[in-house]
Design a protein around this ligand. Structure first.
Ligand code: SF4
Length: 289
């Protein structure tokens, strides 16, 4: 059971696993340490998918850029937890930028396994979202790899002599199992290697949120509207049948969301900072049931 707070006739319960995962916490810490050194510090894309936390880091001097060409002054480029492809890293260095690598070690593992499979002449398949920056970076380690989001995507890939499968770290374990089981069924007689590169932080957060959703009157899921893992938490909580609201900040809370509901469950995405969660809890405490 997570933290339980009694206030204004309500019980507010936090999901056991919620908020920053270790990879995001590490990336923020690396960013803060780099900013403390002084000088120009860029990140290619947001360090994390949370607008308020990015605003805080920008206040400390971080400059978020979308393209390397925007790094016009010499300085440091933070590689965010999703990682970047070797080509992007090389292009940044060629511009004279110093790289500080905040890639999550679990993402790095998926990158190295994709590279190893590619080097050993496997046809590499990444189970995930082709548009996600983490997957785009992994593809840089295994040029020509296919990206599929489920067993339907296997298509004629199973005619390849050697198939090697890895996963986006935030992929649903069920989807990954279905895909690899189908590959194994259709791939008999060929060589198939499967690496489970799904991160437990995601799985644990989802399980804890769903367990809590089953015991409360309303679920609040805190996190960036642009955060895929937060949206997925909200979707899973909604699927349990409990009224669920995905809020980015305490200001988005409306009294009607909690009206007549005394047991309030709260969870937060892997990129939601603790200070945002605390602010939200303080707001709920100020409302009577
Ligand atoms: S969700 Fe997992 S893989 Fe992604 S940054 Fe967090 S710890 Fe790393």
């Amino acid at each position: 059971m997570g933290q339980v707070i009694q206030a204004g006739g309500r019980t507010i319960e936090m999901a056991e696993n919620s908020g920053f995962c270790f990879g995001v916490r590490r990336a923020i810490q690396i960013t803060e340490e780099t900013l403390a050194r002084g000088g120009r510090v860029y990140s290619l894309g947001s360090v994390i998918h949370n607008p308020q936390e990015i605003q805080r880091l920008e206040g400390l001097g971080l400059r978020v850029i979308e393209m390397l060409e925007e790094a016009v002054e010499p300085g440091v480029l933070i590689i965010r937890s999703h990682g970047v492809s070797p080509a992007t890293a090389a292009a940044a260095e060629a511009r004279g930028l110093e790289l500080v690598d905040a890639t999550c070690p679990l993402v790095k593992r998926a990158q190295s396994l994709a590279r190893k499979l590619h080097d050993e002449q496997y046809r590499v398949v990444v189970v995930g979202d082709a548009k996600h920056p983490e997957v785009e970076a992994i593809l840089g380690y295994a040029p020509g790899a296919a990206v599929i989001d489920g067993p339907e995507g296997l298509g004629d890939l199973v005619t390849q002599a050697r198939l090697g499968i890895v996963s986006q770290t935030t992929q649903s374990p069920r989807r990954f199992r279905e895909t690899t089981a189908e590959a194994a069924r259709r791939f008999q007689g060929h060589e198939l290697r499967v690496f489970h590169t799904i991160c437990n932080a995601t799985v644990d957060r989802q399980a804890a949120a769903m367990e809590l959703a089953g015991r409360v009157d309303v679920m609040i899921v805190l996190g960036g509207h642009n955060s895929a893992n937060t949206r997925e938490l909200a979707r899973l909580c909604t699927s349990t049948g409990v009224p669920t609201y995905h809020l980015e900040t305490a200001e988005e809370l409306e009294e009607a969301m909690l009206a007549g509901r005394v047991r309030v469950g709260v969870t937060a995405g892997a990129s939601t900072p603790a200070w945002l969660v605390e602010r939200f809890i303080e707001t709920v405490k100020g409302l009577d049931a």
